[in-house]
Ligand binder design. Structure first.
Ligand code: ADP
Length: 174
């Protein structure tokens, strides 16, 4: 049974095709584009996103791990892209979990409705089970304390992340 209040939904699909007020990008600290979901977002959204990223870089010099910035979503069906920089997994004793949780909190602070990928679970190598637990727990904790965000979508590109996120959400709701 779903708890009352804002809803967390786990979806399988391509983040660049999600209609939402905002989608969250697993960016890198340069903010100038990269591979994985970052490359897919810039390709699908067009050059407007990179132009805004460049302005942010000129202003604040990129984005630190655990922080987030917001830009237009260009041609995507979302209105905004929130770019957050996940931690590179480095054994787990370098504050990785705390940094990953901060990514979700900062991103949620930046917009009202989200489609959000599994940050750091691609080339940054964060173990997917640990990352899924952090994604669901941090999002749920954040939603408890506010009334602005009505709906958060955690969007998995692959079946493994989809199953892990569902497992975490089911455990939370039991
Ligand atoms: P990071 O550098 O933070 O690890 P990646 O882009 O390499 O970022 O991977 C983050 C997650 O995004 C991975 O689980 C990857 O499978 C997923 N991903 C890649 N493309 C898409 C997409 N179009 N929509 C949703 N998730 C995606």
């Amino acid at each position: 049974m779903n708890p009352p209040g804002p809803k967390i939904e786990i979806l399988r699909g391509d983040l660049t095709k999600i209609p939402a007020d905002a989608v969250v990008n697993a960016a890198n600290s340069s903010l100038l584009g990269g591979g994985g979901v970052d490359g897919a977002i810039h390709r699908a959204g067009g050059s407007e996103i990179l132009e805004e990223c460049r302005k942010i870089v000129a202003r604040q010099g990129g984005c630190k791990t655990g922080e987030a910035v917001i830009t237009t979503a260009g041609r995507l069906s979302a209105k905004y892209v929130i770019h957050t920089v996940g931690p590179v997994w480095n054994g787990g004793t370098h504050g990785e979990a705390q940094k990953l949780a901060q990514c979700y909190t900062r991103s949620l602070e930046l917009a009202a409705e989200h489609g959000c990928p599994a940050i750091s679970t691609g080339v940054y190598g964060f173990p997917k089970d640990k990352a899924a637990a952090i994604a669901v727990a941090t999002t749920a904790r954040f939603l408890e304390g506010q009334t602005v965000i009505e709906h958060v979508m955690l969007v998995s590109f692959d079946e493994e992340n989809y199953q892990l996120l569902n497992h975490e959400l089911n455990a939370l709701q039991r």
